[in-house]
Design a protein around this ligand. Sequence first.
Ligand code: SF4
Length: 245
Amino acid sequence: MNAPRNPAIHPELTDALRAAVAGKAAAARTLLADAAAEFGDALAFANSLGAEDVALTELILGAQLPIEIFLLDTGRLPDETYALLAELEARYRTRFKLYFPDAAAVEGYVAAHGIDAFRDSVPLRRACCRVRKLEPLARALAGKQAWITGLRAAQSPTRAGLATREWDAGNGLVKLNPLADWSEAEVWAYIHLRELPYNALHERFYPSIGCAPCTRAISLGEDVRAGRWWWENPDSKECGLHKHQ
Ligand code: SF4
């Protein structure tokens, strides 16, 4: 259990918040059950182990919905993320499917550019994300018709207007975002009400957790995306997993 230190992730559990969360959780569960029935084995949940994805894990596994859950292990994740992975696997008595980067592709990138070359330029950062995330994601989604993400409209300006169901032209799939209309407070309320484990880094002011070298803590009130690739211009800060024009 994480010791509470970050007030932003401990909203007051008022009756209004509890009621809002109950309604949204029921709607999300219905959406997920309908998707499982519609797509069967051709549906998968890309779990990044962020707060939203912990909530989705509970919505899926707590209701025993037959939805494949997979993770991308980039090889650069923080220890706290692996600890959470182990905790979730123990809680649900399951093993998540992990996809790793192609070893030869990582070796080639590191040999050509250096181990931390993602700091040298935006193209090299994108190339690292391509090798460590996008290619494994493409393998994970091969043969699928739809995928589930924990994206929320309120997460960043590039995600405003996000729908719960959209066409993902980049991957040629239906993309389902069951938490699209959830607020950050609702996500955290759901986590605490269900007593779900979460990444210890959230208590240390990390809002959005990715690879260890590319993620940092932010100040209260700062935009959540300020915690990722902070050395870059804000306009370049999508990793390519989720693009919204
Ligand atoms: S987030 Fe950083 S370390 Fe992770 S794949 Fe992208 S550039 Fe590489």
